[in-house]
Design a protein around this ligand. Structure first.
Ligand SMILES: CC(C)(COP(=O)(O)OP(=O)(O)OC[C@H]1O[C@@H](n2cnc3c(N)ncnc32)[C@H](O)[C@@H]1OP(=O)(O)O)[C@@H](O)C(=O)NCCC(=O)NCCS
Length: 167
């Protein structure tokens, strides 16, 4: 399916749409994210506005639908010794927009930004998440380790694959 998208960096004024999509992701895929739905659902919209104002988060819209359809961000440590690497985080595409190329386009936009600010991008992904691992591999990420029992969700442990892309 070929679709066109609008991609741009999100700001504080996108907080309501970002909050809705973020909470949908946390609720429907609790094992895919380090953060939990319960923690973030309790946060007011201003908290999400502050996150967007102080973090590099991109959003994507399908030209065929008005709702924010996907998000991904880059986090860079403030510490002088860790500033050479960034973390690709919060990647989520709403179900009806999957398989369209939006996920790759969003991640590509984050990586294009990352090239200007860090030497390497890392991420962690639950070992059973075949679609995400395939996406990241296609973008050039390679595994460098596995964290056993990285997340515990509803009493069940999930290993995470650690991946990196060095520029
Ligand atoms: C991860 C995510 C962003 C990927 O978006 P997407 O639109 O599904 O991505 P694509 O359709 O481009 O699929 C990526 C690749 O995985 C493949 N794939 C899709 N579903 C798959 C599955 N169940 N098993 C194996 N491979 C799968 C696709 O064929 C594609 O590979 P290809 O380019 O070689 O054909 C999306 O699935 C999502 O939001 N998932 C829930 C949240 C999440 O897991 N986030 C990642 C946290 S690290």
């Amino acid at each position: 399916m070929s679709q066109t998208f609008t991609l741009r960096q999100l700001g504080a004024s996108d907080a309501a749409a970002y909050r809705d999509l973020r909470l949908l992701g946390l609720r429907s895929h609790p094992e895919a994210f380090g953060a939990s739905f319960e923690d973030e659902a309790a946060r007011p919209q201003e908290w999400f506005a502050e996150r967007l104002a102080s973090n590099a988060v991109w959003g994507g819209w399908r030209d065929s639908a008005p709702d924010l359809a996907g998000v991904a961000g880059l986090q860079v440590s403030g510490s002088a010794k860790a500033r050479h690497k960034g973390v690709l985080w919060g990647m989520f595409v709403r179900p009806e927009a999957r398989g369209t190329g939006l996920a790759a386009a969003l991640a590509g936009r984050v990586l294009a930004h990352a090239r200007g600010v860090v030497e390497e991008v890392r991420l962690s992904v639950v070992a059973s998440n075949a679609a995400a691992i395939r996406l990241y591999t296609r973008l050039g990420f390679r595994p460098y380790g596995v964290e056993p029992r990285a997340l515990k969700v509803g009493g069940e442990y999930h290993d995470e694959v650690l991946m990196a892309l060095r520029f």
